[in-house]
Design a protein. Sequence first.
Lengths: 154, 433
Amino acid sequence: MPRIAVILSVLLMSSAAFSQEEAEPAPGPCHQYLRVFATYDELVNGKLVDKVSTAELTNWSRNSTFEGFVATKDTPANADLTVEFTKKKAKKATKSVHGGFKDWKLDANYRLADLDIHKVLDKRPTAEGTYTVHLHADGKNLCTETKPVVIDAE
Amino acid sequence: MLNVRFFAAPVSLAALIFFGGTAQAETLDLKVTANPSLRVRTLNGEHFCSLRQGTIVTPIGRVDDGERVRVQLTNAPNCRPNTGYVDKSYLRSVQTGHDGYEQSEVNTDGLSLRSSPRVDESTYKCALSRATKVDILEEPRGQAATNWLRVKLVSPISGCPNEGWVSASYLRPALDLDSLPVVREDRRGRTEQCTDCELAPGRRRGTDATADAARAIESRARSAEAGQSPFITALNAIKNNRGRCPRGSAYPCNRGLIQMPLVGRNAAFCGSNHYNPDSPPGSDAYAAPHTACALGALAQEWKKTACPGGGGCRLSWGDISHKTRPRWNGHVSHTDGECIDIRPFNVGEFSNTGRTWQSRGYDRQKTRDFINMARRMGASPIFFNDRQLRKEGRSGYASGHENHIHICFKNNRTTQATCNNFRVDPAVCPELQ
């Protein structure tokens, strides 16, 4: 009977291992330096209050748009950012925008990328592909990160 | 069974008269390409009949939203009245070229021409640019119909074979529909066409708007006096009016759908958040009465029991259906107010940014709880691509659904029971009171 108990335990443990939920994903390459942000309003104690959210870089689609990029305090003051869009199956980026960073009134912990992301990313994407951010400072590439651009209308 | 079609060049006398007798070298008739049928609606968006694939219609006007065409329904005797509005994306010109084939035009950049009707790297031949003219050689019908067409290039293109297969969704009538007169509705709801006017959507005469606003206020006051939720009363009024919006609805209502209440740009009913709002505000938040009721019940229950303190578990919703346009933003299912897009939840503070099920900070347990609650209240189908939740049988897979949950409240028994049992708690959902 003990042998059966051991076998059953091993089987149960194996089953648990296979059904274990996936571990938290690793942070992206630009995690230390960049975030995306989105503003919104919220009812607080009966009054509408304007707020802002920041988050790690995410894919771009109608259900996950953001308004721009911000740099964390780890980003050098003289950094600049390039954002590119590459259409699916294209070999090169089809659209690109570039800019430095400036003070951000909404949150002093970050600096705002001085570029219009809608020159690269349509609010309602009509073409699938990827967007890539390249962060440079002092002539060096600090980080590059690529995320999908998805058409998610159904 | 494939049907190869050769079209003669029908002469549309009505179209000739309409354009002041100008001789047209090509017909203005259009063919329905939607499979199996295309819905015909009133200007207000109410569906009243359907046209089978292949039905020929004559365009006689256009709506200034750029998406709908007014058509004469001569070949659809079951449609009454004999004019209606259809989505122009599902129409194709039956104009013919010199060799008798139906001719069409590419309406997007980079349309793939393929060697067979299959999306595969091996079938790709070249990309056709916008405005490329093609002759339609073959159009599969019936069970073989898959929205593919076999075409021939009218003019040769370097690097492209002369014939191949393309997706019919990206072909359009080669004629200029913008030359059709704009349709508008007068105060009495009668349509008239004007050739030199610009219609401002939603524009109404001051006296009509004022009278309706007064009726709306009165309606809410009567409901409140009777101890009923004005929102539930407004939903019942639509149901009792055979699915049409009654005059003076307490809540914005159009084509039988009611707008879910918004407090600000994003702040919405029952403490929820409306992300990526369309303009004008609320135009993307129209729900069918049974869906609005169930969604309100779900939002209230969620806030009360699962997320009383707010934070990352706060309900955040996007598109429902459009106020006037059944088809919009590329959606094919957010047409009749029954489906809602909802963001998956995150741990910690609330964030108005998007996330996928693979994002750091994604809260699978809260998302699981929400899907369970929605399903208990009648939601079906539910699409969300979280591999674990799909394995558990809680959601189904649909392309592009990594970052949102698509739920629908159809008019089934469970949804009806949810609605019948829904009592608005003004402390949680004051917007519905």
